[in-house]
Ligand binder design. Structure first.
Ligand code: ADP
Length: 410
């Protein structure tokens, strides 16, 4: 590819394409600093719009975007015309990093995008039908609009390619698993990798010396065991439906419930899939909401199903916590991130309640303190296991990988 890498790489555009959305951030990797960010929503619908800018400077523009190509044109235009982003032409973007949901067994790290990478991401569309196709679209459009700008793919799954077969295989007929690529791939890998790295930095110890359990608790929830810098297990599986109870997803359930429900309710496979992905979790149990804030309010007001949903959510986290402590024969730090992990002090209190005998001692005051989105320790100073809240930053991680790969081209 005709890249002339003789500049100092500074400005990186990070793109995260969903089925009908497109998130972006422009990052100055020198400081590092976020220069601009935004989100195109409802791409492909008549009521599509773009939110551009951060916090108080955020502006919303109604703007019809028929597809991801039009969305990217709108994004590039917003970036070069807004003062704060500091660029006036696409050429000032040194590299582009794309979040790719599924890298299958092909990618155990981020890569420079070339024809072979594109072919493999295309092949994996079956495993991530809502995410890999729009990401591919964005890659192709960027190649058209910025043909001399190198592009890097950063995969959600690559962090978990280090899992041992005993953790990633399912006890189903082996030949069928091989034939259909059925194994645990995990998800949220970029977030887990970021918070594990930040955890080591905050503890002022090498990542390679630590046993860390990372908890990403947002709308989607997952946990992973990071043993001396290597991911050895994770709660999401073949798909992001597995593992913890989530906002609308059920997580792990007895698999026999699926054919039983299909028979009893006359559901198709697609209907039961929808039920487990969109009508379960906090929403399904509480009957009130998939949003933890509403469920928490309901529980505080004495709604029994909200209370039940709240307790089940904590129980599902505690089970995996125990599992990973055994798998790693101990733990040095537990990291909490994403909407619930960062903000819900009451959920953290329930999750860590009574774990003093395991060396996990939550500091109630630190847990409750106002934090303004800052990284912070919430365990007692004398707690053998540290509990740390770290706001995740997948975009920064994607920018960092992109920078490293593109610098390597020089
Ligand atoms: P996503 O996976 O969509 O990125 P987020 O990381 O934004 O999700 O997390 C969304 C979840 O975080 C929602 O359930 C929301 O209720 C919860 N959340 C956000 N702030 C709080 C808070 N202050 N207390 C409890 N839950 C919160």
């Amino acid at each position: 590819m005709p890249f002339s890498i003789d500049w100092i790489i500074v400005i990186i555009l990070v793109i995260n394409a969903g089925s009908s959305s497109l998130k972006y951030q422009l990052i100055d990797t020198d400081e590092p600093k976020m220069l601009a960010k935004g989100l195109c929503e409802r791409v492909g619908s008549a009521d599509s719009y773009i939110r551009h800018g951060a916090d108080k400077e955020e502006r919303i523009f109604e703007q019809y975007m028929a597809d991801h190509k039009e969305a990217l044109e709108v994004v590039f235009n917003a970036l070069i015309t807004s003062e704060r982003s500091g660029i006036t032409s696409i050429d000032q973007i040194d590299a582009i990093g794309h979040r790719i949901v599924h890298g299958g067994n092909y990618f155990d790290s981020s890569v420079l995008i070339d024809d072979d990478v594109i072919a493999k991401i295309t092949e994996l569309c079956d495993l991530a039908p809502l995410h890999n196709p729009p990401a591919l679209n964005c890659i192709n459009v960027c190649m058209e609009l910025a043909p001399h700008t190198p592009q890097v793919a950063v995969f959600d799954t690559s962090f978990f390619q280090s899992l041992p077969p005993s953790a990633y295989m399912y006890p189903l007929p082996y030949d069928l698993c091989m034939k259909h690529g059925i194994r645990k791939y995990g998800a949220h890998g970029t977030s887990h990798r970021y918070i594990a790295q930040r955890c080591a930095a905050l503890m002022e110890r090498p990542l390679e010396d630590l046993k860390i359990i990372t908890c990403h608790l947002g709308n989607g929830c997952s946990m992973s065991a990071v043993d001396h810098g290597i991911a050895v297990d994770t709660s999401m599986g073949f798909t992001p439906l597995d593992g913890l109870m989530m906002g609308t997803r059920c997580g792990s359930v007895d698999p026999a419930i699926i054919p039983y429900l299909m028979n009893k309710e006359g559901l198709t496979a697609a209907q039961v899939n929808d039920l487990m992905n969109k009508q379960s979790g906090l929403l399904g149990v509480s009957g009130v909401s998939n949003d933890m804030r509403d469920v928490r309010k309901g529980a505080e007001a004495g709604n029994e199903r909200c209370e039940l949903a709240y307790d089940m959510y904590a129980h599902s986290i505690r089970k995996v916590l125990g599992q990973y402590m055994v798998e790693m024969a101990g733990v040095d730090a537990i990291v909490m991130t994403a909407g619930v992990g960062e903000n819900c002090d009451r959920m953290r209190r329930i999750v860590f309640a009574g774990l003093q005998p395991l060396g996990i001692i939550l500091d109630q005051e630190k847990n409750r303190a106002k934090h303004h989105g800052k990284e912070r320790f919430i365990s007692r100073d004398n707690s053998p296991v540290k509990i740390i809240v770290i706001p995740t930053n997948e975009e920064f991680m994607i920018a960092q990988d992109t920078l490293e790969i593109v610098q390597g081209l020089k």
